[in-house]
Each structure stands twice: as C-alpha cells, then as structure tokens.
Ligand binder design. Sequence first.
Ligand SMILES: C[S@@+](CC[C@H](N)C(=O)[O-])C[C@H]1O[C@@H](n2cnc3c(N)ncnc32)[C@H](O)[C@@H]1O
Length: 236
Amino acid sequence: MAEKQISLRLERIASFLPSATFFADIGSDHAYLPLYVCRQDEKARAIAGEFNEGPFLSAKQNVKEANLASRVQVRKGNGLSVLQANDSISEVVIAGMGGSLIARILEEGKEKLTGVVKIIAQPNVDARSVRLWMDLHRYQIVQEDIVKEGGHIYEIIVADFNEDVSVGQLDEKDLLIGPFLKHHRSEIFREKWQVEKEKREMALKQMTKATDIDKEKVEGFEREIAIIEEVLNNEG
Ligand SMILES: C[S@@+](CC[C@H](N)C(=O)[O-])C[C@H]1O[C@@H](n2cnc3c(N)ncnc32)[C@H](O)[C@@H]1O
C-alpha cells in the first residue's frame, strides 16, 4: 500500500507506540493516526473513537478507502466510553485537544483504562492538567517531546502505568514544564516558554491595574513566571 504523508506532530506521536500495538485513538477526527500506524506495521490494530458526526463519517470513509476496516474500527461516542472491557487495548492516544479536556476524558473514563499500559497525550494547551491527572493515577511520565509545525508548538507526554509508583510525585516545575522537558534546551522549547512568560507578564500587568485584585491568581502567575525564568536561565 502506498505511503501517505501525515503531519510531523502525528508522526512523532506514532513513534511512541510499540510495534504490534492495539491502541485507541480518542478524538481521532479523520483517523489519520490509526491509518498511518496500521500502514507502517501490519500487526498494528486500532480503535478510532470520535464524538462528532462529521469527523466520525470521515474516519469511516478513510478507513474503508484504505481497505483497513479489519484492523481499524471506527466507533462513535464520548471519550473512552467507546471502549469495551474485552477490547483489551494496550495503549491510548488523546491528541490535538486542550489539556483540561484530555484530563476530563481520562477522569470520566478511568474505569476503561484497566490494562492500558501506556497513555500518549498531546495537549494543545494546558499540559499541566494532563500531567497532574497522570501523577494522581499512577501513569508515570516516561518520555516527553516538543515539536513545532505550522507555527504551533506541541508537547507530547508519554506515561506508563506503574502500580508501584506513589501518587503526587511531581512538583510545580514538573507539572508546568514537564519532568523531561524541563531539561530540554532546544530553540523550540525556549521559544515556547519565552512566549508563555510574556503572556503571564501581560496578564499580571492587567490584573494589577484592577481595583479588586485577585491576590491568589496574581501569586500563581508570579510563581509560574519564577519557574519559567529559572528554566530559561538554565538553572533548573
Ligand atoms: C482537533 S481534532 C484532533 C484530531 C487528532 N486527534 C489529531 O491530533 O490530529 C479533535 C477531535 O476530537 C474530537 N473530540 C472532542 N471531544 C471529544 C470527546 N469527548 N470524545 C471523542 N472525541 C472528541 C473532535 O470532534 C475532533 O475531531
């Protein structure tokens, strides 16, 4: 079968899946990721979950056209609710959404995660919410990546279930920046955190102009700015 191009972001996400994976791609949209993985690896299988009718139909059509319906099942539904206990999937990917939505999907469907050894998440914003959820549910972050494409910078978080790990291991720097990414010193990493620092500084400036100052929020921003500066100054 002819190779099809996918985005660098999805290619990187795919690189964290093991060979012969049976994974669920939640919020699969056109099912590009499952199709790419199954074209690359003839032993791979996937469930593509999609909530919205348009993308669901598009995923179904793409799978049919690719002649991969025997290995990629497209299911319509909210989050992890598309999974059955006897599916026995081993990995879950949730990519291209906000971090709080990803964390909500994981929380609402956590009983469906029994047997899931790896979660790969790619939050577009608010990766902190995803790391916090993982930290509280014994999904230990084992790898992270950062990639720039089409003017956007994306973080990828890979976590393995580890029943022996204690919960609440990550400190504020780990949650905000990432336990692996905090050691990254790439141009992309620096660009992301320079922008994030400026956003917070701007917000802080606006907030301190208000008559009724939200002290807690101000202190939260100040703490985050201090962490970002520490990391950017290469002290972390
Ligand atoms: C921006 S797309 C990302 C598609 C793909 N995962 C990627 O990374 O390229 C987000 C997709 O998630 C779907 N979605 C949003 N909330 C969902 C939910 N609770 N359950 C399943 N799918 C959802 C949307 O309909 C949309 O197709």
